[in-house]
Structures are given as structure tokens and as C-alpha cells.
Design a protein around this ligand. Sequence first.
Ligand SMILES: [Zn+2]
Length: 87
Amino acid sequence: MIQLPCPLCGLRSAHEFVCMGEHSERPAQPEALDNAAWAAHLYNRDNPDAPVLEMWWHLHGCRSWLRVRRDPHSQNILGCETAGLGP
Ligand SMILES: [Zn+2]
């Protein structure tokens, strides 16, 4: 079972969280993107078999947004921090 070390709540079961997928930095000038580039930013992810930075939401806890570094191959959690998008 995957457990996440929420910085605010401590070690919790992944069942308390919603994984929102791979983190993607917002473009500096989104208004400069055409529709295809904006759609690619919103929906296209690399899905690597290597450690990845993901956004998780602690739905059944503190309801904070977290940036989680996870190895999808081993399922090991390599790091977790608040994303500053709190409730
Ligand atoms: Zn929490």
C-alpha cells in the first residue's frame, strides 16, 4: 500500500489523496500559445518509467495540494511538499 508523508498530517494512506497527475509548469506567457500548444500543455504528459513530480490533493485530510516526487516503477515516494495552493 502506498503511503504519502503529508507535511501537515504526517504519514497517510494514499486512499486519502487524489492524484492529479504529472506536474506541469504553467507557461510564462500562456496567451502567446496557440490552441494546439495550450492543449498540449494541459493534456500531454511524458509518463516516464523514472521518478516524476506529481500533484496530489489531500482530499480526506488537510485538503492541501502537494507536490510529490514518486518513482512509478517501484512506487516509492521520494519527496513530498506543500504546493502553496491550500484551502
Ligand atoms: Zn494533509
